[in-house]
Design a protein around this ligand. Sequence first.
Ligand code: SAH
Length: 346
Amino acid sequence: MIAGKKDIRALSKEELRQFFESIGEKPFRGNQVYEWLWAKGVHSFEDMTNVSLEVRQQLEEKFTINHIQVDTLQKSKDGTIKNAVRLHDGLVVESVLIPTKKRTTACVSSQVGCSLDCKFCATARLKRMRNLNPDEIYDQVVAIHRESLLYHDRPLSNIVFMGMGEPLMNYKNVLESIDKITADEGLGMSPKRITLSTSGVPKMIMKLADDGVKFKLAVSLHSAIQETREQIMPFAKSFTLVDLRESLEYWFAKTKSRITYEYVVWKGINDGDVDIDALVKFCKYVPCKVNLIEYNPIDDGEFQQAGNDRIQRYIERLDAHKIPVTVRRSRGKDIDAACGQLANKH
Ligand code: SAH
């Protein structure tokens, strides 16, 4: 970025229209430029061919167009692709393309590093942290959409905010990026195909409900016992299960949208019958489903995936209480692209 110039993609459409008015041009020029910047995704003012040369030069003098750059692209045996994405200030985040039979899902990052401290997650160990801007999140989606067309011959179908970072700690920018992803002038994707995953920030979950969002919500629960949850996710001391539960009840009352609980079962940590009982009880508060995630080891063995018999026990008990449960197998493990493995190792 050149010092003194502002990133034009930080402006809303309305602000762009006002800018054109201020230089004596018709406001609709703002709409045209907005479309070039978002739907068409150009990287230079030169490419805006229906804008006069004079105006393009004026834009050039005042603004820059920041774009992410995919530094490296790694492909897994199972078709998963991981992008290391360089931001305009040199920092790097990762995003992942996950193909299945029916879907292509983009897993995107919302922060460089993470504000939270889950002990089982590699991203939590990265020190450097800043929030991503809306355009940096949007660009990750566009990059994966293009890769999906290129390598899998089909468009992107779903987006999950399950990459690096806690999306609700970057609330405004994440919501702005989703606005752009769903807008006709953006990617025109249905919000129903987007899932925001949070470690559980109660106040922000209530704000989502108040803001009337239309995308889906997933919560990384991992334990329905306060003491256990605090041990593995220390921030849970401030964001307690009681508050979490209340915020989820509020969310459901307002949105009528079922919640997904993400849950890893670890040996000796949350694989006992008391843990299962607590989860079953927690699941009764709000309509939900449980997604049992396979653990992706990140180091020393403090955390180990529980035995299959314990996973089966979880499934049986949830089934018996008519709580939908799915087991999610890891994807892209060989390239460190699976849940909790994103740590800019490359
Ligand atoms: N901060 C958000 C989104 C990022 S994490 C959240 O916590 O939901 C995406 C998912 O991966 C979360 O459910 C997280 O708990 C899970 N996860 C983290 N580390 C993991 C690991 N080592 N193995 C399996 N899942 C992990």
